[in-house]
Design a protein around this ligand. Structure first.
Ligand SMILES: *Cc1c(COP(=O)(O)O)cnc(C)c1O
Length: 362
């Protein structure tokens, strides 16, 4: 065996971080490739982090007691069910390691969050990607059929990254009725704050109703703390206990915990920013439809342009306008909602895309 090569690692795709932008023709450069919140931390959150920095010589409290109490209260769930991690991607990894043994299967929709296949492989498990339906949404009946005796966990990403689509409450209920009780269904709600579809489920309600449901939340997107790494699971108590076992000790810093408590104390203020982003999403979506781009309806803080074979060509136009988006060759382009200035640049780029499409059709 070669040095630095564990068996199976050749199957692990490396995570590709969203690209940085290069200034475009208008001089602007906008990073719309990682679904980050374009707004800097709230002053109150920033202050809490700066104050916490005075104690950097001390290990954090692994139980995150204050933050746990706030989340328990916020969602009316037992504290014993809440487990934090260094971003919800780390908690997703904990979930796989806690419930699946090497060789077990993990089902998820595809295309969905890029981290799933790699996390599953690193745990020695087998990824079972189930193609999205024609509308870019989860095909939950097909996912239920993909569950076998080896399946230990299913990810349901709602809203889905990168398509922005949502599942309905009724479809999720049918899915849970079809999935065996020994399979953990993890509802990844990284974008839940942006989901304004009343027919779409709140994961926490499903956690309360079904014994095999866990929910993933993150402070990275709506709360704008991607740089601090803070996310958590709300999971059945016995699963939560095992998440604590597989977590890397002290993975959640004291700064992240303080920023989290300060954010929950400022939820109303943060919600105003989320509301702005939702309004901007609607404005940009309408403009892209107007420009004739094949953009899907979205309930997240990004839009999916189902460009198919034109992906590279259209992404080139975006780059020329100073926009870094996330392009998946042959599939489409995910572009985050940014500041109004960034969104204006995207709308201008969309008009140029329309021209590019028109020219190449002649
Ligand atoms: C961004 C994202 C996450 C988690 O991000 P963290 O920064 O690790 O909290 C989880 N799931 C999905 C689908 C995401 O897009």
């Amino acid at each position: 065996m070669a040095l630095g090569h564990r068996t199976g690692l050749e199957l692990v795709p490396a995570y590709k971080q969203g690209k940085a932008p290069e200034p475009g023709a208008g001089g602007g450069a906008f990073k719309l490739s990682s679904n980050e919140n374009p707004y800097p931390p709230l002053p109150s959150v920033h202050r809490a982090v700066v104050e916490a920095a005075a104690d950097l010589n001390i290990y954090p409290d692994m139980a995150a007691p204050e933050l746990t109490a706030l989340v328990a209260d916020r969602f009316d769930v037992p504290a014993s069910s809440i487990v934090f991690g260094a971003g919800s991607v780390e908690v997703a990894s904990q979930l796989i390691h806690a419930v699946a043994s090497p060789g077990d299967e993990v089902v998820f929709a595809w295309r969905s969050f890029e981290a799933y296949p790699a996390l599953v492989r690193v745990a020695g498990c087998v990824p079972v990607p189930v193609p999205l339906d024609d509308a870019g949404g989860h095909d939950l009946p097909a996912m239920a059929r993909a569950v076998t005796g080896r399946t230990r966990l299913v990810f349901v990403c709602n809203p889905n990254n990168p398509t922005g689509t949502v599942t309905t409450t009724a479809a999720l209920e049918e899915f849970l009725a079809a999935v065996p009780a020994g399979v953990l269904v993890v509802i990844d709600e990284a974008y839940v704050h942006f989901n304004d579809d009343p027919d779409s489920p709140a994961g926490v309600e499903f956690f309360k109703r079904y014994p095999n449901v866990a929910v993933l939340h993150t402070f990275s997107k709506a709360y704008g703390l991607a740089g601090l790494r803070l996310g958590y699971a709300i999971a059945p108590a016995e699963v939560a206990a095992n998440l604590r076992k597989v977590a890397v000790p002290f993975g959640v810093t004291a700064l992240a915990q303080r920023a989290g408590t300060a954010s929950l104390a400022a939820e109303a203020e943060l919600q105003e920013r989320v509301d702005v982003l939702i309004r901007e999403r609607r404005r940009v979506h309408a403009a892209l439809v107007e420009a004739g781009l094949p953009v899907l309806p979205s309930r997240a803080n990004f839009l999916w342009i189902a460009a198919g074979g034109r992906t590279a060509e259209l992404n080139q136009v975006l780059e020329e306008h100073g926009l870094a988006a996330r392009a998946f060759d042959g599939e489409g382009i995910r572009v985050s909602i940014g500041t109004p200035a960034a969104n204006d640049a995207l709308i201008r780029a969309a008009a140029a895309c329309r021209n590019a499409l028109a020219e190449s059709h002649v």
